[in-house]
Design a protein around this ligand. Structure first.
Ligand code: CTP
Length: 398
């Protein structure tokens, strides 16, 4: 809840500005007050009238508007909120923030403010990936600016990739987290993610096709709801989310030890695709084909981390969530897996190649709890994560 919180919302000039109208509604529904500021470019996309009607407040537009200066100086305006939110944050606005420019109302407010700032970038994928934006992003993060998004997806310009502004509800969650008001405030949650690499020799390993995308999205969603997240990740394709404690591991045994070190936690989400076996006969020197001939690999079973934590006699997390990647008889296998492992929930998904889920952007999951199975519609991995995080929040609160 955001009751009696004030958000200074700077709307930048991008097509995603239309989503900021919905963001204002969502914030007000939760009891927040919104002071809107429009850049000149933003007025090309949304009108001051619609913004002010939704916010129920005056829209601030010009730096040298004397009426505003008489009512409220720009310094005071910049400090009147609990949080400054920039949505959409265009490449131009990010550049100005990084450089410390103050040549219009929005950039001046961002320079003058002493309150935390959260930005929701939105731009064409090439612009997001441009070295200048990358530099700006790193600098802004180092300056303590918080980020939400951008998401990956189809863009208004017809291209595909990262650059879409986060959805209004994701921005609301990030605002709640930034203000320390999220429903998971004070909860410590462990998330495992990614594949594990099991060495054959110092240069070769056995791995699986997990990209780490779903676990990363879950960690991000939990952090956005205010949780303190410990993210134990194998060598994943996707970078870890911001704002979480990252523990990098390679093998299942390293992951097991890292999980142990992270306990106690209020909840554990085990999204990693942990290798069931490791090479028992792993060599400490590189195997040579001339000298060693065809290698014979012997396997040993890895520790089952989910099972061990689920069955802890003391200090078991209040909620333990496992994942089940199945290729057939998904429901039966996953239901049996929940009982066999002793976890509270299983998030089951069908990873047969035809679904395109493993390594893909979408997921179709069935949540299996003690009460039964709930089939969720196919949706983006971020949306699955968001829904799961909210369920976890409800359960830990109840
Ligand atoms: N898991 C784990 N440690 C392992 C293996 C799996 O913590 N050594 C966790 C995964 O993170 C996931 C769940 O257990 O949450 C499901 O793992 P999976 O490998 O699919 O289950 P298995 O027990 O291997 O069952 P099966 O071989 O029938 O698929």
């Amino acid at each position: 809840m955001l009751a009696s919180r004030r958000i200074l919302l700077i709307i930048g000039g991008g097509i995603a500005a239309y989503k900021s109208l919905d963001l204002i509604r969502r914030l007000r529904e939760r009891g927040a007050a919104v002071t809107p500021v429009l850049t000149r470019a933003a007025e090309e996309f949304v009108t001051p009238l619609s913004v002010s009607a939704l916010a129920g407040e005056k829209v601030y537009r010009e730096l040298f508007d004397l009426t505003d200066e008489a009512e409220m100086g720009h310094i005071q305006l910049s400090r009147s909120a609990d949080l400054v939110v920039v949505a959409p944050a265009t490449a131009d606005l990010m550049g100005k923030m990084t450089a410390g420019l103050a040549n219009d109302l929005a950039s001046t407010l961002l320079m003058a403010t002493d309150t935390p700032v959260l930005i929701a970038p939105a731009m064409n994928v090439r612009m997001w990936q441009h070295p200048a934006t990358r530099r700006n992003r790193a600098q802004l993060a180092a300056d303590g600016i918080r980020f939400v998004g951008p998401n990956e997806g189809d863009m208004a310009c017809g291209e595909f990739g990262p650059g879409r502004m986060s959805e209004p509800l994701e921005i609301v969650a990030a605002i709640e987290a930034a203000l320390g008001d999220g429903p998971l405030k004070g909860k410590r949650i462990l998330v495992t993610s990614g594949p594990t690499h099991e060495p054959i020799d110092p240069v070769r390993y056995i791995a699986n096709r997990s990209s780490g995308a779903q676990g990363t999205a879950v960690a991000r969603a939990l952090a956005a709801l205010g949780a303190e997240v410990v993210f134990v990740t194998g060598p994943a394709d996707v970078p870890p989310p911001e704002g979480v404690e990252v523990v990098r591991v390679q093998s299942a045994r390293e992951m097991d030890a890292a999980v142990d070190a992270a306990l106690p936690v209020d909840a554990g989400v085990f999204a990693a695709a942990v290798a069931d076996w490791r090479v028992a006969s792993a060599s400490d020197r590189k195997l040579k084909k001339s000298r060693d001939g065809l290698p014979v690999l012997e396997f040993a079973e890895n520790p089952d981390i989910l099972k061990r934590v689920s069955q802890m006699k003391q200090g078991r997390p209040a909620l333990v969530v496992g994942f089940a990647a199945e290729t057939n008889d998904v429901l039966e296998n996953a239901t049996a897996k929940r009982l066999r492992k002793g976890c509270d929930w299983i998030v089951a998904n069908d990873v047969s190649p035809a679904t395109g889920i493993m390594g893909g952007r979408e997921n179709a999951v069935t949540l299996i709890t003690g009460e039964g199975a709930e089939e969720w519609p196919r949706m983006g991995k971020d949306a699955v994560a968001d829904r799961l995080a909210r369920r976890i929040a409800e359960t830990l609160a109840g």
